[in-house]
Design a protein around this ligand. Structure first.
Ligand code: BGC
Length: 696
């Protein structure tokens, strides 16, 4: 009997999630009572942060000792607790490459626990802005170019983190251009908004019970998101049933006193600029707002304090921070995030044996490279570089480090060279305009978007010099998004994408290179052959038209084959999928596939199910991801993998009826191992509530 492996299991992912299952009526009743005892000043105090800078890493908002109301204590962020030292996990895009929701839940648990141990009670994560273009500076902070994948990973993170603290998925919404983030307007029709840019936020609210949401700096169709009633009230509360609070993004996150309050932006962070008591009182006197508006925002803030019994939220022992369990989790995550993109026969894994003379080349080989230096920066007490990781692992082989200015002609005497190259906080990251000194001494650095996707010239030159001299070359790439590789890919024997792999990344890289770990990551972002195959990308744009197409959807539509497609990743073993069975199951489908590990070693693959829409009467994308599962199998083992797809996932947003509609048309299921490798297909047709399987 082969095992059964199921995709996302909500009950397991959300075990212990304190954001779910509140008795709404009793919480709302308690809020009302409390408000009845509060003065106007006390209510105002609930709807803004305390001060511009963090106090030991914590941003405070609200709270009143005399009334027994705790304050929110907010901490960044997506790759670990940004206060003092903490476990620096691989960045979110790396974790996205694991396609492993159970693992992401454990990351959420660990980060949530460390935040709680540091005295925080709101974690300013996950970042779930869609990677519309891989040049986005904050690509590393998010999981994916795909909304379904993003929603699954983010829901799992919240499921873990909310065992300990409130979370705050951000930035709501369509925040995907960094350099102009404070001003730019993401323009799109309602169909694009509801189908592409919002579904993952909705999943965080409805499935994961996210306790709060951070609004974004940018505008949506010409209205700042922090003062958009459609987004913050109509969609978030009326349609989705959100019960938590919305806090603004930081310094330019609240643009107005009146509009932001009336739109449903509840808490101004990090301090009272637009929400200074005098400004609110002036607005009250001028009749621009009523006391009711302040009360509604205060009620939203108080709601979670009561629902979570915030005064009694356990504070774990400080010893959990960077504890052995979290450190080994950081390594496991890095190992499962690494994506093997090219492997010429017999190159990897390498055998650690006498006679192997390995050059590890490049400055990045010997550097701490954890990601950008914006709000998601985490400092760990110790970080293992790739060079240190290799030296620690290797017993027999000879390992020599060559810096970039070394004489590389010596490489002809080596068996192989491993180049560690890629990007750093200098090339990409959150844009911090107040700290533009890009020196090693400055903690916060400029970051920003990449206007092209190539490696820096110095790194391409390094690859050229190494491949000219070394008999064999392995490239380990670090970075937070897609990188163009076409001008050098043919010259190298193996290529690994290691992302920004966290404090244990060097060990993970070494273990993959030497076969202690079989790589199993898959790309959560398409790597195009050339940036010219993607949409126009202007990092200075102030008005950006969005539509249904980006990433693999755009490449499909324009018939550009990706260099490495979405969902792609190699392994040291090989997998086969066959025996597709599809059945109707309640209001959806259950897809069953047999997956076999046909190679000699244990490994894992990412099984993916996409749906296309033949005969649709509306413009649909060629296909889109609707389910996935990470399948771990011993050599020779097979498993039955179950991929549920609900009818609601097949709908399009109809602007006429202002709702999602299940169309009478064909639905083509495509299953396989990447967006460009989907060998199993089947079609079902819908006619007036009647589903029929079509013979192929
Ligand atoms: C970022 C947020 C972050 C906040 C607090 C802002 O500039 O956009 O993601 O949580 O700062 O550090």
């Amino acid at each position: 009997m082969s095992r059964t492996i199921r995709a996302f299991e909500p009950a397991e992912i959300h075990a212990g999630n304190r954001g779910l299952g509140n008795d709404h009526d009793s919480v709302a009743g308690a809020v009302e009572k409390l408000l009845g005892r509060m003065s106007l000043e006390q209510k105002i105090h609930e709807i803004h942060g305390w001060q511009p800078s963090a106090i030991e890493g914590l941003y405070y908002a609200g709270g009143d000792e005399s009334l027994g109301i705790p304050s929110f204590r907010m901490v960044d962020g997506p790759r670990g607790a940004r206060t003092g030292t903490a476990t620096a996990f691989p960045v979110a895009i790396a974790r996205g490459a694991s396609f492993d929701v159970a693992l992401e839940r454990r990351v959420g648990l660990a980060i949530g626990l460390e935040v709680a141990a540091k005295g925080g009670n709101v974690l300013l994560a996950p970042t779930i802005n869609l990677l519309r273009h891989p040049g986005w500076g904050r690509a590393q902070e998010t999981y994916s170019e795909d909304s379904f994948h993003m929603g699954a990973m983010a829901s799992a993170f919240i499921g873990g983190a909310q065992n300990h603290v409130l979370t705050s998925p951000k930035h709501f919404a369509a925040n995907n251009l960094e350099n102009t983030r404070f001003e730019m307007s993401a323009n799109m029709d309602l169909r694009t908004l509801h189908e592409v840019y919002l579904p993952h936020f909705r999943r965080c609210v409805q499935e994961a019970g996210a306790a709060s949401i951070m609004s974004s700096y940018n505008q949506l169709n010409g209205i700042y998101c922090s003062e958009d009633p459609y987004l913050l009230t109509e969609v978030l509360r009326t349609r989705w049933g959100f019960k938590g609070f919305v806090e603004s993004d930081w310094f330019l996150g609240t643009r107005s006193t009146t509009e932001s309050l009336r739109a449903g932006m509840d808490i101004e962070m990090p301090a009272a600029y637009r929400r200074a008591a005098e400004k609110l009182k002036d607005a009250l006197e001028a009749g621009e707002i009523g006391e009711q508006d302040i009360e509604i925002a205060a009620a939203h803030a108080l709601y979670q304090k009561i629902a979570w019994d915030l005064n009694n939220l356990p504070v774990p022992d400080a010893g959990v921070v960077e504890c052995a369990e979290h450190v080994s989790l950081a390594r496991e995550v890095a190992e499962k995030s690494i994506v093997l993109l090219k492997n010429s026969p017999a190159m990897l894994p390498m055998a650690d044996q006498p006679g192997l003379k390995l050059a590890v080349v490049g400055n990045l080989a010997d550097m701490v490279n954890l990601g950008d230096r914006g709000s998601s920066m985490v400092t760990s007490s110790e970080t293992t570089s790739p060079l240190a990781g290799i030296r620690e692992l290797v017993q027999q082989a000879e390992v020599v480090h060559l810096a970039e200015d070394a004489d590389l002609s010596v490489l002809s005497e080596f068996t192989a060279a491993v180049i560690v190259t890629g990007l750093t906080y200098k090339e990409e990251g959150e844009f911090i305009p107040t700290a533009q000194i890009e020196t090693e001494q400055s903690e916060l650095a400029r970051g920003g978007d990449r206007s092209d996707l190539k490696l820096p010239d110095s790194q391409r030159d390094l690859i050229r010099r190494v491949t000219a001299a070394a008999p064999r070359t392995i490239v380990v790439l670090e970075g937070g998004s897609a990188i163009e590789v076409d001008d050098w890919l043919d010259d190298v024997d193996a290529l690994l994408m290691a992302w920004y792999p966290g404090r244990e990344g060097g060990r993970a890289i070494a273990r993959v290179l030497f076969g202690e770990v079989n790589p199993s990551g898959a790309l959560p972002v398409s790597f195009p052959r050339s940036a010219s195959h993607l949409m126009d990308w202007d990092v200075t744009a102030l008005d950006v038209q969005h539509d249904l197409l980006h990433g693999y959807r755009y490449l499909d539509q324009h018939q550009h084959a990706a260099r490495f497609p979405f969902g792609f990743g190699l392994s040291y073993t090989s997998f086969k999928a066959d025996d597709l069975h599809i059945e109707r199951n309640g209001s959806g489908f259950l897809l069953r596939v047999r997956v076999i590990n046909a190679g000699d070693v244990a490994g894992a693959c990412i099984l993916q199910a996409y749906v296309g829409y033949p005969d649709s009467a509306v413009d649909r994308v060629p296909k889109e991801l609707k389910q996935f599962a990470r399948v771990e199998l011993d050599s020779g083992e097979s498993a039955s993998v179950e991929l549920p797809i609900d009818d609601s996932q097949l709908c399009y947003f109809d602007t006429g009826s202002d709702d999602f509609v299940l169309e009478n048309c064909g639905y083509r299921f495509l299953i396989g191992f990447s967006a460009d490798n989907l060998p199993l297909t089947a079609q079902w047709n819908l006619t007036d509530a009647d589903w029929q399987a079509q013979d192929d």
